[in-house]
Design a protein around this ligand. Structure first.
Ligand code: SAH
Length: 393
């Protein structure tokens, strides 16, 4: 029997507006006994076909792959990945000498819910966030090789921590096609330390690329604190921009090691940089007020809606501390990557921080995720990274 999902009456509304999720509460019946991760057809209560997608246990029951009646086969993956690649090409991100890092597939933003593919030189890191993408990983990898040709020599699968932990699947990380290469990942000419085997995300926060480029322009002659530095991307940008000194802080010793390595690779023997493995709040508490450019790029404080209130308090406290200590005329780059925190809520948290710190604060820039992390207009939840650049009197 055909594997399918029948919606309750009226529950097709969001699908008619091309929102790519079916919540479990919208489902009246499941036919054909699909396994978790299978491709299923979605029908309205009165039997009209409406979408095809991956089924999964949990609140998001189906992630839609297509609103057109098409087979989810090798050619489907080839077509979708080709569209994604063409877009990155037209953005000028592919085939450059000085730059070889970009996000090729950004889940819903590329009409491929549950799939992330990042490119680092000749390596692609493929990450499944849904069981369906995990099940289809070899088809996707093969289609990716077809699309990329000799641009890619190895595909590393890294989904151990991103798949639902309850799913009954073999989730090992490793190369699934080709193998390691020895090329250097480059971001606008900078050698980036990227550890896709044991690092966070796929190895680098590619999503801060354009914001790092902006920071570079404001670094000249400044004393910079890069808080939550991870692999130190903002520190490298500040050093290249001519900062007087750069201090990088992260609670993870491994992050500090990667940052120090990246600085040594790009600026051997440069004494302007120092890195500290320390908790952000403790550091902000004890530090001398010597900085006139501070970056705050913490991990997502809220991963779920129920954590929202605490997250907003966290953002407020963090920003307040930085604003109390930043030198007059200083610039603060402050970010939130929590999907559940809206742009307005984040801005309110920064507003409250400014008021409580008693400083006059002006917004210079409102930042967001870059073009290779597109937002599907039908899926506003995809807008996750927001940032403010403020000047503090
Ligand atoms: N700005 C980075 C990405 C930051 S990711 C970049 O451009 O690449 C968030 C980082 O915050 C992680 O490296 C994590 O180790 C660190 N972190 C989490 N909690 C922390 C804390 N309490 N104090 C300091 N660092 C913390």
């Amino acid at each position: 029997m055909q594997k399918s999902v029948i919606l309750k009456r009226g529950k097709e509304e969001s699908l008619l507006r091309f929102h790519p999720w079916v919540f479990s509460g919208a489902i009246a019946d499941i036919k054909g006994e699909p396994d978790e991760g299978d491709v299923v057809d979605v029908y309205t209560h009165d039997g009209k076909w409406i979408a095809v997608g991956h089924i999964q246990v949990g609140s998001i029951a189906v992630r839609v792959l297509s609103f057109k009646q098409e087979k989810i086969d090798a050619d489907f993956w080839f077509r979708r990945l080709s569209v994604a690649f063409e877009m990155r090409s037209s953005l000028g991100l592919t085939d450059r000498e000085d730059h070889n890092i970009y996000r090729l597939v950004h889940g819903e933003g590329d009409n491929l819910p549950g799939l992330v593919i990042d490119v680092y030189g000749h390596t692609a890191v493929l990450q499944a966030h849904s069981v369906g993408m995990h099940c289809n990983r070899m088809d996707i990898a093969q289609a990716l090789m077809r699309v990329m040709g000799d641009r890619i020599k190895g595909i590393y699968y890294k989904s151990e921590t991103t798949l639902p932990f309850k799913a009954d699947i073999d989730r090992g990380n490793g190369y699934i096609l080709g193998g390691p290469t020895d090329d250097t990942p480059l971001e606008y000419g900078m050698k980036m330390p990227v550890d896709w085997i044991s690092g966070q995300k796929t190895g680098l926060f590619i999503d801060q690329r354009e914001n790092r480029a902006l920071l570079e322009r404001y670094s000249k002659g400044r004393s910079v604190l890069n808080m939550f530095c991870y692999t130190g991307g903002f520190s490298l940008a500040a050093l290249r921009g001519g900062a007087k000194l750069v201090h990088s802080v992260d609670s993870s010793a491994r992050a500090i090691e990667l940052t120090a390595g990246g600085v040594e690779d790009n600026f051997p023997g440069d004494t302007r940089h120092a890195a500290f493995a320390e908790d952000a709040f403790k550091y902000l508490e004890r530090m001398d007020p010597i900085y006139d450019l501070i970056i705050l790029d913490p991990p997502a404080f809220a991963k779920h809606k129920d954590a929202l209130k605490h997250a907003l308090i966290g953002y407020r406290r963090l920003n307040q501390k930085a604003m109390e200590k930043i030198k007059p005329g200083g610039i603060l780059f402050t970010f939130s990557c929590s999907q559940v925190v809206s742009k307005d809520q984040f801005r309110t948290a920064v507003f409250t921080a400014a008021a409580q710190a008693g400083r006059s604060v002006k917004i210079l820039y409102q930042l967001h995720q870059p073009a290779d992390h597109p937002i599907n207009i039908f899926h506003p939840e995809g807008e996750y990274l927001k940032g403010l650049v403020v000047s503090v009197e």
